[in-house]
Every structure is written in C-alpha cells, then in structure tokens.
Design a protein around this ligand. Structure first.
Ligand code: PMP
Ligand code: GLN
Length: 384
C-alpha cells in the first residue's frame, strides 16, 4: 500500500461486520437497514433487466434518473439544476465524494474536514495528495454543533474545499441553519467550494429540518450536493448515488468519475428513477419508522445506564459507555461481538487530530427491525 493510504488500510465497517458475522452478533455497527426498499422499485429493477437494459448507460447516468433527481431535488429544496449538465449519477455517495476531491482539488490545495467525519473523507483527500485541515464538532448540551472557531482556523488562502455533512454521521447531529451560514460565509470569504454530503437528508427527527447549504445565499454556485439512494430507499447494496451542482464543478467530478468507474448499474438507475417519481410517500414514512427505531434503541441503552446524546437525524446514536466501566471504547467494540453478541463501532476511526475528545464514544445504528433491536437489548443485558 502506498504511504499516503497506509493510515486508512481497513475500514472500521468491514472490520466490525466481519466480527459480527464470525460471532453471529446483531450488527448495530455498519449502518444498513435490514428491510428492503419499496416493492415497486424492486419490480422496476427486475423489469428493466428483463426488458434488456443491461448494457452501459450514458456516462452521466440514464436520462430518466437525471430528470427524476432534478424534480425530487426541486420539490425538497427549491434548487433547480439542469439534468444534462448539472447532475451526475455515481457509484454511491462514496464515488461522488471521491470524484469531487480528485476532480477539483490540486495537490497543493487544502481541504477542511470537520471531525469526527465519515471515514472516506480523510482517505479521499489523501488519495488526491492534498492537505487535510481539521476542524471539529463540539458537544453543546445534549447534542453536537459545529465549533465555528475551529473551522475558521482550518481555512486559509489555499483552501479549495470544505467537506460538510448534515445530517451528520457519526454524531446524529443536524446542523442548524446558523452553523451552515457560518460555513457558507467562510466559503465565500476564501472562495472555496462546499462538498456537501447529504445522504441522510430525509432522515431527520422530531422538529429538526434538513437545510442544504446549497440553498444559502451565494452558495448554489459553489456547492456540490451529494446524496444516495442507499439511505433514501433502503438499498445500500445498489450503490446508486449522485451529485448536483454548477456545470463547471460537475465537469471536474465527471472527468474523475469517468476513470474511477465510468458508470453505475443501468437497471438499478432505472429502478431508482421509478422510485423517486412514485414513492415520495414511502420516503416520508421511512422517516417516521426510523424515528420509532431510534426511540426503541434509546430506551434499551438508557436502561443499561449508557449516556446518550440526542440523535436529530441519520441512523446513529452516540453512546458514552463509561458509566459501564468501559475505559477504551475501541477495544470494547472489538470485544463486544464475541462477548455479548452485539456489534457497534467506535468513534476513534472518524477522528484524527481531535481523537482525544472522541475516543471514549461508540456509535450504535438503529436502522433495524424492532425484533432485531429487542434481541440486541436482551443480549446487552449481559453487560449489566
Ligand atoms: N456519506 C455518509 C455520511 C455515509 O454515512 C455514507 C454511508 N451511507 C456514505 C457517504 C456512503 O454512501 P454510499 O453507500 O451511497 O456510497
Ligand atoms: N454509511 C454506513 C456507515 O456509516 C456504511 C459505511 C460503509 O460500510 N462503508 O455505517
């Protein structure tokens, strides 16, 4: 492995999932749902295959999906993008993030990354050979906010981009409009772009509303808005994602994407297009269902004496297991599948510069059927 990728050798998700499989553990580590997306979407995929849509799609994505994406985005955010030049279908959000960084960031540029962050961000900046400048989130009462001063300190005249993620993995925070406005002000001041990972855009709970940074003043021309069918339609294994933004920036992402994967599965793109056009109700219902699952897992973990932050969005709960006598959260997570039959992921791999502030925390995913969460609860009793 090349030196710049050595710190990123194995993702925590594959490590924990392997342990979960080996020990038959309930996997509350890697975030994926255990029920399927809308039946009509699955039928549309099968139909597309039977009807012979099995060869390469156009490089930017099938027109049906690009049009459906634009309509869906306009309905939910008010943004209006041109389906031909301002939309790109990718192999999951992961490739959209990588394509944005590889296609738009020079090796002498800097990229601001807010810790803790989804693990692909740091690896992708490393692949581009650029410099990562860390900022951080902070706990504010029972939830997490952006530490605006840390982000200001991470910006410089060499900043090309900031990676933004709200709803936020792993903390479950939904950044309030004021925090996004501060990020936007820095982007405008330093003439930087925002690479905005919004894969959990529809999964916000209680009265928390998702705001896209692309909708703030002066930001539509400097934001790449990334999302994915995986989290929107319970099909993480399909790996259909996308990015929208101004044509000039999309062109850079497209250039990189052409040589990463060229294209993503044709029948799956057609099925996601069908779902975006016909399953808005299903997407709305998923939010209610996930909120119930959050509440179920909150009940289980609180009952054990674990300290929890409030989850405003995403699939994840932030847990502080120190009241259970846990001193090293990373080792605890690696032992948990064998000892108790439940898997969770530690925060440590989501951090680097600020790891000391986060390494005692653990992320539990609640995107599972109620009976599965209940079984995890029974097994976790073994900790008490
Ligand atoms: N960003 C975040 C914040 C995520 O949690 C994930 C995992 N869904 C991704 C990106 C990657 O998404 P995809 O599986 O569509 O590549
Ligand atoms: N996004 C999911 C998570 O954060 C899955 C990540 C992965 O498997 N790479 O758990």
């Amino acid at each position: 492995t090349v030196r710049r990728l050595r710190p990123h050798a194995t993702t925590i998700f594959s490590e924990v999932t392997q342990l979960a499989v080996r020990y038959g553990a309930v996997n509350l580590g890697q975030g994926f749902p255990d029920t399927d997306g809308p039946p009509s979407m699955i039928e549309a995929a099968v139909r597309a295959m039977r009807e012979g849509h099995n060869q390469y799609p156009p490089g930017t994505g099938v027109p049906e999906l690009r049009h459906a994406l634009v309509a869906h985005e306009t309905a939910h955010t008010g943004l209006v993008h041109d389906p031909d030049t301002e939309v790109l279908v990718t192999v999951g959000a992961t490739e959209a993030i990588a394509g944005a960084v590889l296609g738009l960031v020079e090796p002498h540029d800097e990229v601001a990354v807010i810790e803790p962050s989804y693990d692909s961000y740091a690896a992708t900046v490393a692949m581009a050979g650029a410099t990562r400048r860390p900022a951080r989130m902070v706990r504010s009462g029972d939830r997490f906010r952006l530490d605006v001063d840390s982000l200001r300190a991470a910006f410089s005249p060499r900043t090309r981009a900031v990676l933004v993620n709200s709803p936020h993995n792993p903390t479950g925070a939904v950044l309030p409009r004021e925090d996004l406005e501060q990020i936007a002000a820095l982007c405008r001041e330093f003439d930087a772009i925002a690479i905005s990972d919004e894969v959990y855009e529809h999964l916000t709970y209680d009265d928390n509303e998702h705001v896209s940074i692309a909708t703030l003043p002066g930001m539509s021309e400097r934001t790449l808005r990334i999302s994915s069918a995986g989290k929107m339609l319970n099909c993480t294994g399909w790996k259909i994602g996308w990015v929208t933004g101004p044509a000039g920036l999309i062109a850079g992402v497209r250039t990189a994407k052409q040589y990463l994967s060229y294209t993503a599965g044709t029948p799956l793109q057609l099925a996601v297009a069908h779902a975006l056009s016909h399953e808005d109700e299903w997407i709305r219902a998923l939010r209610v269902q996930m909120q119930d699952r959050r509440d179920q897992l909150v009940g289980i973990l609180t009952g054990l004496g674990v300290d929890l932050a409030v989850t405003q969005g995403t699939y994840f709960l932030t847990a502080d297991p120190r009241p259970l006598g846990v001193t090293d959260a990373a080792s605890w997570c690696l032992e948990l599948p064998e000892k108790v039959g439940v898997a969770a992921v530690p925060f440590a791999p989501f951090t680097d510069t600020y790891s000391a502030e986060w390494s005692h925390l653990v992320r539990f995913a609640f995107c599972k059927r109620p009976e599965v969460l209940a079984e995890a609860g029974r097994r976790l009793q073994g900790l008490a």
